[in-house]
Design a protein around this ligand. Structure first.
Ligand code: MBD
Ligand code: FE
Length: 283
């Protein structure tokens, strides 16, 4: 058998993220009145013009911007760019009414309908999956304290090298992606591994911007979750690991103190952590 030695590239992961967005169904929910489009587009173009005037942007700089924007599209990096630098504000607006759990951004690498493992407990991994084992468990409740026995926990994460299945080459389709149900007490328990910090691709347009601006490309290690229950608002969240050097300077500005895990040594191998979710009833 010839080994597939394809390496991760910005353009390949960007193409997958663009494709995933197109297939997500999110676009079918878009409705915008002329009034609203006018309000938002005028504000955006107005702000950009004001920056040009304030910062005295030159023709050379204007052309560099044009070239860069063209490349963002060619590399398929619009989902990455928008989710890294803008989604956190959209998430803030969308969830400011909530009394239950704090959430965080979805990011570009969610794929719906990850299969439920046969034992409802073990995240799909390769036979030789590297990484520290992690038992991740907790309870799902409503804001009034009642347990939610019909809740569902979707978990997706990078592997111990920082790669997401379906967005990096050579990984099984559903590696480290799973859907789990809770028991009658609203409890879930999932065996997984600890993800590595994630570096956004450095060889595409977003990486080019990061290098040119002298920024860094890192997100702290994180677990991605969607927690849902009938009659409740869908919670999209990320959970973080204490001590990660990028918890305080996440490139995607998506860390919140409420989303920090308490990591303890497990009785067997690796670590364990307990995190309870509180969902808001639908309004
Ligand atoms: C990620 O893994 C991520 O979670 C976000 C928000 C953006 C880029 C990569
Ligand atoms: Fe992520």
């Amino acid at each position: 058998m010839t080994q597939d030695t394809t390496e991760a590239s910005a353009a390949a992961s960007g193409a997958s993220a663009t494709d995933t967005f197109r297939r997500s169904g999110k676009l079918s929910k878009v409705e915008a009145s002329q009034e609203r489009v006018n309000e938002l587009a005028s504000a955006l173009v107005g702000a950009a013009n004001q920056i040009i005037l304030d910062k005295k942007v030159s023709y050379d700089e204007f052309n560099a911007l044009k070239a860069w924007l063209i490349k963002v599209g060619e590399d398929g990096e619009w989902p990455l760019f928008l989710d890294v630098w803008l989604e956190h504000s959209v998430e803030e607006v969308a969830t400011e009414h909530r009394e239950g759990n704090k959430g965080s951004i979805e990011g570009p690498y969610y794929v719906p309908e990850a299969p439920q493992p046969a034992d409802n407990r073990t995240m799909p991994t390769r036979d030789d999956e590297p990484g520290t084992p992690l038992l991740f468990q907790g309870q799902v409740r409503s804001t009034d304290g009642s347990v939610l026995p019909d809740a569902k926990v979707e978990l997706w994460q990078a592997d111990a090298e920082g790669f997401y299945s379906q967005f990096a080459p050579n990984l099984p389709e559903w590696n480290l992606r799973g859907t789990f149900t809770v028991d009658e007490q609203g409890n879930y328990a999932i065996d997984t591994i600890q993800p590595a910090p994630y570096q956004i691709p450095t060889d595409g347009a977003c990486g080019q911007l990061i290098a040119a601006a002298g920024w860094h490309a890192w997100r702290p290690a994180h677990l991605h979750l969607k927690v849902s229950a009938p009659g409740h608002e869908l919670l999209t969240a990320q959970l973080y690991f204490p001590g990660d050097e990028h918890n305080d300077d996440d490139i995607a500005s998506a860390v919140k103190p409420e989303l920090m895990l308490d990591i303890q040594p497990a009785e067997g191998q690796g670590n364990q952590t307990t995190y309870d979710f509180v969902l808001d009833p639908e309004r």
